[in-house]
Write a protein that binds this ligand. Structure first.
Ligand SMILES: Nc1ncnc2c1ncn2[C@@H]1O[C@H](COP(=O)(O)OP(=O)(O)OP(=O)(O)O)[C@@H](O)[C@H]1O
Ligand SMILES: [Mg+2]
Length: 257
């Protein structure tokens, strides 16, 4: 039986003298789909950077796949799409296929030439996000939502066990954001990829995910989706520091474990 993918134990973090995260304990197991929610400035992106080993905790420990975060061979098992990935100008000289293949350099080493297998892996990843018809197009010529799909494909090409996304639907319209979310659901259910998704679309993501983590410097809630759905708007508003209203669309559906 495989152990946890991510394990934070009593983690605190400060930028200089400014404390951002306090006593965070949080575990992600294989196959789980976590929605990480919380107001602006609550420390979500900072938490993600700690997970990726890009920042070191001031206190506590961060483990990935049973080893300290930052260990080089951990990286290839994680796909990461950052908060600001889709900001290419139209002159950027790379095709969609090249961008996706560049995601394989983590796994294969920077100086190894791309092979036929790499192209196959890249095409498969593009297919998974419904962008297989765009392989030869220049990345800069795509819409923001299409670019974001390509960046997800780039993260998927290396076949990660865990996909971490920080507000991936910013700039994507409602319809495309809905189909993007159902794509994530499929990746999680059918391909067994664990997901951590940071989003401000609280209703949508807490209905979609198997688990919810609510962060505002401390972890106010973390647990199964159904337990989250039992919470009142009052709890959430208290944690957010301003009124929040939830409309649970799929109450009672899906599974928590
Ligand atoms: N590099 C940095 N140096 C100093 N302070 C920072 C740095 N990055 C973030 N902060 C501060 O840390 C706090 C948490 O920031 P973080 O980016 O983690 O929030 P967030 O929850 O991701 O917010 P958002 O929803 O706006 O993306 C904020 O007060 C922010 O100003
Ligand atoms: Mg952020």
């Amino acid at each position: 039986m495989q152990g946890s993918l991510v394990k934070l134990t009593d983690v605190s973090f400060s930028y200089g003298s400014s404390a951002v995260l306090k006593d965070i304990t949080f575990t992600v197991n294989p196959g789980e789909f976590w929605a990480l929610i919380g107001p602006n400035g609550s420390g979500k992106s900072t938490l993600i950077k700690l997970l990726l080993g890009l920042l070191k905790p001031s206190r506590g420990t961060v483990e990935l796949f049973g080893k300290p975060a930052g260990d080089p061979d951990r990286k290839e098992r994680i796909g990461y799409v950052s908060q600001k990935s889709a900001s290419f100008n139209s002159g950027f000289p790379a095709t969609v296929l090249e961008v996706v293949k560049s995601g394989l350099t983590v796994k294969r080493g920077l100086f190894r030439r791309f092979t036929e297998d790499d192209s196959k892996a890249a095409r498969r990843a593009l297919q998974a996000v419904g962008m297989e018809d765009f392989t030869g197009r220049n990345i800069g010529e795509l819409s923001g939502g299409q670019q974001q799909r390509v960046f997800i494909a780039r993260a998927l090409a290396a076949e990660p066990e865990l996909l971490i996304m920080d507000e991936p639907t910013v700039g994507i319209d409602q319809q495309n954001s809905a189909s993007f979310y159902s794509m994530l659901e499929e990746l999680n259910r059918e391909h067994g990829i664990a997901i951590i998704l940071v989003s401000h679309e609280i209703d949508l993501v807490t209905d979609l995910a198997s688990h919810v983590a609510c962060l505002n410097h401390t972890m106010h809630f973390h647990g199964g989706r159904r337990d989250f759905a039992k919470l009142g708007d009052r709890d959430l508003s208290k944690w957010y520091g301003h009124p929040v209203r939830l409309i649970h669309q799929k109450e009672g559906g899906g599974s928590d474990d």
